[in-house]
Design a protein around this ligand. Sequence first.
Ligand SMILES: Cc1ncc(COP(=O)(O)O)c(C=O)c1O
Length: 382
Amino acid sequence: MIYLDNAATSFPKPPEVAEAITDLLTHRAGNPGRSGHSLALAAEAVVAETRRLLAALLGIQDPARLAFTLNATDALNLAMWGLLRAGDRVVTTSMEHNAVARPLFALAERGVDVVRLPSASDGTLDLDDLERELRAAPTRLVVMTHASNVCGTILPIRAAAELAHRHGALILVDAAQTAGVLPIDVQEQSIDLLAIAGHKGLLGPTGTGGLYVAPGVRLTPMRQGGTGARSEQLSQPEEMPDALESGTVNTVGIAGLGAALRVLQATGIGAVRARESALTARLLAGLREIGGVTVYGPVEPSQRVAVVSVTLRGWEPVDVQAALDSAFGIAVRAGLHCAPLAHRTLGTFPLGTVRLAPGYSTTDDQIDQTLAALRELTLSAS
Ligand SMILES: Cc1ncc(COP(=O)(O)O)c(C=O)c1O
């Protein structure tokens, strides 16, 4: 199987991930932060170490500002529902995943004013448009993806954060597609709220994610419950991460994520980025040679992560996915990729695209085999 669906979830995971999960379940499976016995303390140490590694990777000075979540969607919901109230104004883009678009749609029904900036047809955003909207009315929050999950376009997070702050707004960055594959530093990039998935570029298991909340930003928790601390009080603790981490965390997943982070640390984000850019450049160059293929997103590999969307003349995306899977053993995703607004922006709504998303361990030969398969499909349609 050639796996080109890393934008959905990364595969294969480093072997260390399964080893760490087995080790946790075999030797350290107490409840972290609850009981004081050695098994609970061992589990707590695993959770604390993963939090520390994640904080180090993302430029977070105080690891306590990072709460573990179920996935990126959970983190985005905690941030938006925790911050926004009726009458607040939010500026967002037309490239967002439903993990942003649906909570904002629901919040708009409860009186939040949501302004959606139209992105260009390659997914890029004009910062003048953002500035114009921020000038137009007081804004509580700018929400934007760091990179599109449909066509890979990287958005200018740092510049957007500066604009947001200049106009008194906070910024929430959806880093589902970038954590682990692009350098992120919440201090240097002035990010107030950062949502990440643990199971994509960070190479961890599903059921893991995180939300960074900058010092001074207070979210109303969506859930209340046991945190293992301040048990005498009925009100939810205000300190991070307890404020957002009610109930037993996913110790098993967090152990796996910790192992993945150690692998990433040893590899280096720079090496991951260089490898994925080279694979993307090879893919884009090969696609350009095939008649009947339309490629979406920026032409320059440096302006995108390793997420490439295409359509094939004479083929519906879902049929290309099925043919690649059954005849060539190539796993890709077809359709709207949970981002209908992005497809309206690219002009690929409602059928969507075929998404090719290589990962760090994809080989040049696998890219070439995929190109050959796509060439064969285009020829069979003509
Ligand atoms: C840009 C973007 N945001 C959010 C999500 C949601 O991530 P998760 O499945 O971890 O909730 C995804 C997942 O595909 C994504 O690509």
